[in-house]
Design a protein around this ligand. Structure first.
Ligand SMILES: Cc1cc2nc3c(=O)[nH]c(=O)nc-3n(C[C@H](O)[C@H](O)[C@H](O)COP(=O)(O)OP(=O)(O)OC[C@H]3O[C@@H](n4cnc5c(N)ncnc54)[C@H](O)[C@@H]3O)c2cc1C
Length: 534
């Protein structure tokens, strides 16, 4: 398909994919002086990067697979990231109840070792091993902010209250929460502020090498308009589509493979009253989390299920839902039932295919491969975690640097994302200050705004004296002023972008309120009038 040659500019990098890896690389590369264009076929973070468990974590369970490099890097990253975005990320404590029935997944290197040398354990995960893992977890990452592991008497504290009486002891350790889709959007905004061109709802149709450059053809998904771009290097950060892009868009015969593993979560009404998370171990060797979510809910997940095709929208199947309900009900006094569920979501992990026997065992580490055969190079991104996105971007830039020798060095560690220029301990002060500046804000509302926009929250509201001046009220504290900010500054186009990826207000708004928001946004974008004329 040919289109109008939009620009004479030859970009240094053309990035396919507006998930966390594409946006993280775009930010890092623009900050180093490279010219960058990024195309995302849907909304930013519309695929895997809004469907994670939302943890900046080392991944305690990966220690059983001896993935020490990945765990160490991720543990160190937790605090680097927390300091750069204290609005959208915060420390959390995880309570791991111990029971002697807990078992390994059969195929982990640790379980094979124990089965050989301590066969009488019969696949059980002993308490000393968990303690050893937590000791490594505490020490590998060089913590400064996050507190270390403690032992909890479940008979005495609030942590034991919602759990069955058979759990008497637990270990408690630290990791961090992150608002995954907002992380992507803030990276995109920062990349744009440093010169990158970010294009959403823009699908890459084909990429061809020509005269040592890439000729990339894209289509605006809304208007159908086709445009051409030229770039010296291509970055394939297509997540679950990475393989499709290699074979279908670039038409390379690379043999690198991706393994698609679906993970589903259920969101229930709030199941308990304290603010800590649970780390539950199953008798099948898997683990799940139960996490306090959006103040009034509990998030439970995840599953590991093979997913055949990225174009099949991932949904939480009945089997996955029942598995999560049964798993959680094995721990909570009050069984968790279908009636408790208010929402479910699913994502597909684009894992590097390392030939592992099961989806649970497939590596969560990332792999970067440059293919320079035939002239212009392409960097293909496989796997990765939200937690390691910044380090992944740095590694990507190491590969890219070979083709752009004058590019500047690493810079992103310690540089805050938009709205994140304050100390981790100052969140409550910021909330109080916002309420002082805008006395009509409730605590819920002020907290929500600070947790989303940080030091930019008062700019989102603007110079107003009362709530009426914020314009139309869409419900659940969402107002016209905020929606305009999201449309003008954060690439939001539809109600879904606003209520599921810029916020989680979808949990609180009615179908009528969402429809009214969507219509209003269409009208602002000029689509409402066009629809009426048809
Ligand atoms: C259930 C689950 C739980 C997880 N939990 C955690 C966790 O707690 N902590 C953690 O650190 N990690 C977690 N992860 C891993 C993490 O979410 C992923 O590694 C990460 O989001 C992958 O980001 P990505 O940018 O590679 O892919 P994506 O976010 O999928 O982005 C790829 C983008 O490319 C776009 N694209 C594809 N083809 C084209 C094209 N032709 N043109 C234009 N755009 C295109 C897609 O639309 C998509 O938006 C979890 C993953 C899952 C599935």
């Amino acid at each position: 398909m040919s289109g109008t040659d939009e620009t004479q500019q030859i970009y240094d990098l053309f990035i396919i994919g507006g998930g966390i890896n594409g946006c993280g690389i775009a930010r890092d590369a623009s900050g180093r002086g490279l010219s960058v264009a990024l195309a995302e076929m849907g909304d930013l973070a519309s695929a895997t990067s809004s469907s994670s468990t939302k943890l900046f974590h080392g991944g305690l369970r990966y220690l059983e697979y001896f993935e020490v490099r990945l765990v160490r890097e991720a543990l160190i990253e937790r605090e680097v990231l927390l300091k750069a975005m204290p609005h959208i990320s915060w420390p959390m404590r995880f309570v791991l109840p111990y029971h002697q029935d807990m078992r390994f997944e059969n195929s982990t290197p640790t379980s094979r070792l124990l089965n050989t040398f301590m066969p009488w354990m019969k696949g059980r995960r002993p308490a000393w091993l968990i303690r050893l893992g937590l000791f490594m977890y505490d020490t590998l990452g060089g913590r400064q902010i996050l507190p270390g592991t403690t032992t909890v008497d479940l008979k005495a504290g609030p942590e034991g209250a919602p759990l069955q009486d058979r759990f008497e002891t637990a270990y408690e350790y630290s990791d961090c929460w992150v608002e995954d889709s907002r992380l992507v959007i803030l990276n995109a905004r920062d990349a744009e502020a440093r010169g990158a061109q970010i294009m959403t709802r823009t699908k890459v149709l084909s990429c061809e090498r020509n005269g040592g450059q890439w000729h990339v053809t894209v289509q605006d998904v809304n208007s159908g308009i086709v445009r051409n771009f030229r770039a010296k290097m291509l970055v394939n950060a297509g997540g679950p589509w990475v393989g499709d892009i290699i074979h279908g868009k670039i038409r390379s015969n690379s043999t690198e493979g991706v393994r698609l593993v679906r993970g589903s979560h259920i969101v229930t009404r709030k199941l308990y009253d304290h603010d800590k998370c649970y780390f539950f171990q199953g008798t099948d060797g898997r683990i799940i989390f139960a996490i306090p979510y959006e103040q009034d809910f509990t998030l439970i997940g995840t599953t590991d299920a093979e997913h055949s095709d990225p174009s099949i929208k991932p949904v939480c199947t009945d089997k996955e839902r029942d598995y999560l309900l049964a798993f959680a009900s094995d721990y909570f006094k009050q069984p968790v039932t279908q009636d408790d569920i208010v929402w479910t979501y699913s994502g597909v992990r684009p894992l590097y295919d390392d030939g592992a026997s099961s989806a649970t065992a497939a590596t969560r580490d990332y792999t970067l491969k440059v293919d320079a055969q035939g002239g212009a190079p392409v960097l293909n991104v496989f796997g990765g975690k939200i937690t390691t996105y910044r380090r992944l971007a740095e590694s990507a830039l190491e590969h890219i640097q070979k083709h752009f020798p004058k590019v500047k060095g690493t810079w992103t560690a310690g540089v805050p994302l938009p709205g994140g220029n304050f100390a981790v301990a100052d969140v409550d002060r910021l909330i109080a200050d916002l309420q002082k500046e805008f006395p009509f804000l409730t605590v819920f509302w002020a907290r929500r705004l600070i947790r989303a926009y940080g030091s930019e929250a008062s700019e989102v509201l603007g110079h107003v004296r009362d709530a009426v001046q914020l314009g139309r009220d869409f419900g659940a504290t969402l107002t016209e002023a905020e929606v305009r900010w999201l449309m003008e500054r954060e690439y939001a186009q539809t109600a879904e972008d606003v209520i599921w990826r810029r916020s989680k207000l979808g949990l609180r708004m009615t179908a009528e309120q969402v429809a009214a928001l969507d219509q209003w946004m269409k009208d602002v974008r000029g689509e409402g009038a066009a629809e009426a004329a048809q």
